[in-house]
Design a protein around this ligand. Structure first.
Ligand code: SF4
Length: 478
């Protein structure tokens, strides 16, 4: 989700939906959002619905800060959607928290969104010109208003209204939608952002769910079924799951490769493989491409680089150990809201494990270097902890291009890989040596474990080759 008035309009989010008649769907959603907390830590919300009556609660902060018992109790229903939102500067406001809930002529509709509509400005202007009032700056509100627009003669059902939205929308969207009769899970025709389906067994019987990542199902005692296909509209109701492709032109599948590199939980599954396994292969490729045989030790930057560091150590034959202790109760540096906080946040997050580092030539495996604010601090910390040499190995290529598909990398200037070459970055972070995985190596590692024919990836922030036009020509609203 992105905000239009934000100078740095960028974020990842987590979405969830569950239909389970008789069950405490708000509580199930709470625990699923807890499992998706890594995808967004700025705000959280849950909306529920039963018998055409909807309820919503949302607030700023972590899931456990937003929801107490007294907030969950009124959220009654046999279906629910939920959202965790990523932090941005200037958009950290309750009015942009999700889900959006609107009352329409067709009954209540709630929307939870992960992604970024690249033509949101044009769609927003068209809505305003039609006299539709908007309360915030978010493109998610635009989506909700487009779904609510009263053209019932042509689209008598929600499937039709969703298809109408998809016909005019450009960019990235993984949506969970709450309506009086059903839930919907919808993915844009490129499939930029992940979305998957699962089933949940409760004491009241079988229920069905959708989530950004499969690990959310495991947390609530459920089971992963399959991914939502790019361009697919999935209906979830009391009868189970029904799905069809939206009547929009097919596009090349373009799942964000950064999900494998960094975003997703290692125990989540995409394209038939577990993220942890793909990350280990990234580390193995890195060890083959950028060996450092004179080193004594391989350490990860916890937690997202652990799998890649294990892969690097196994491939290189060097010992693996921990060199940094992470305080897991502080949000990831990547999503701190300002550069200033990013810089000061690192010391709050990591302590060096001196005994493992003293006198050692250390290979520090990191999953990515985006702005370059974190890596230098960690290198300094390792030296303070006694490391004799610090060799940084990055299990993805330099990030040189912005992302317009809903990830926190929206301008060239903020990307150290755009401003500096590899030797300059090495100097900037104070490492003895620095090497990145090649794009070919990254894609080889990611695609090797894929099961199924429909896979395809976006890697535009590494290559500058965008699967979709950055700002598609505005299409007219119906
Ligand atoms: S540009 Fe990068 S971060 Fe954005 S969707 Fe593509 S791979 Fe993901």
């Amino acid at each position: 989700m992105r905000t239009l008035f934000d100078s740095r309009p960028h974020e990842e989010c987590g979405v969830f939906a569950v239909h389970a008649a008789g069950a405490d769907v708000a509580r199930l959603t709470f625990f699923a959002l807890y499992a998706l907390q890594h995808r967004g830590q700025e705000s959280a919300g849950i909306a529920t619905c039963r018998d055409g009556v909807a309820h919503v609660h949302k607030g700023m902060g972590l899931v456990t800060q937003v929801f107490k018992e007294e907030h969950l109790r009124p959220l009654v229903g046999d279906r629910a959607i939920g959202h965790t939102r990523y932090s941005t500067t200037g958009a950290s406001h309750l009015r942009n928290a999700q889900p959006y809930l609107l009352h329409t002529i067709h009954g209540p509709v709630g929307v939870a969104h992960n992604g970024n509509l690249t033509n949101a400005t044009a769609l927003r202007q068209e809505l305003l010109a039609k006299g539709v009032g908007l309360t915030g700056e978010s493109d998610t509100e635009v989506i909700a208003q487009l779904l609510a627009a009263p053209t019932a003669e042509r689209e008598p059902d929600w499937e039709g209204r969703i298809a109408r939205f998809m016909a005019v929308a450009e960019g990235a969207y993984a949506l969970t939608i709450l309506t009086p009769g059903a839930l919907f899970a919808v993915r844009d025709p490129h499939g930029f952002r992940p979305l998957c389906l699962g089933e949940v067994r409760t004491e009241h019987g079988l229920g069905w769910a959708a989530a950004s990542e499969s690990s959310a199902f495991v947390t609530i005692g459920g089971r992963f079924l399959r991914e939502v296909r790019p361009g697919e509209i999935v209906r979830i109701d009391a009868n189970g799951i029904t799905a069809h492709q939206a009547p929009v032109p097919p596009r090349p599948p373009s799942l964000c490769v950064f999900e494998y590199v960094y975003f997703a939980r290692p125990d989540s599954r995409f394209e038939g493989q577990m993220v942890h396994q793909a990350r280990q292969r990234l580390g193995r490729e890195l060890a083959r491409e950028a060996p450092c045989p004179e080193a004594d030790l391989v350490i990860p930057v916890p937690d997202s680089s652990v799998a890649a560091a294990i892969g690097y150590a196994r491939e290189s034959g060097l010992p693996y150990n921990e060199g940094l202790m992470k305080n897991r109760y502080i949000g990831r540096t990547f999503i701190a809201p300002t550069d200033e906080l990013r810089k000061s946040g690192v010391r709050l997050k990591f302590n060096a494990i001196d005994q493992n580092l003293a006198g050692k030539r250390v290979i520090m495996v990191d999953d990515s270097i985006v702005r370059g604010n974190t890596a230098g601090k960690i290198v300094a910390l390792l030296r303070e902890g006694g490391a004799k040499e610090v060799h940084v190995r990055v299990s993805s290529p330099p990030v040189r291009h912005p992302c317009f598909m809903g990830v926190d990398m929206a301008t060239y200037d903020e990307l150290i890989g755009h401003r500096l070459n590899v030797e300059q970055i090495r100097d900037h972070i104070g490492a003895d040596s620095l090497a990145y995985l090649s794009h070919e190596g990254m894609m080889r590692a990611v695609t090797e474990g894929i099961r199924g024919a429909d896979a395809g990836h976006c890697s535009a922030c590494f290559t500058g080759v965008y699967p979709a036009a950055r700002r598609g020509p505005p299409r007219s609203l119906p």
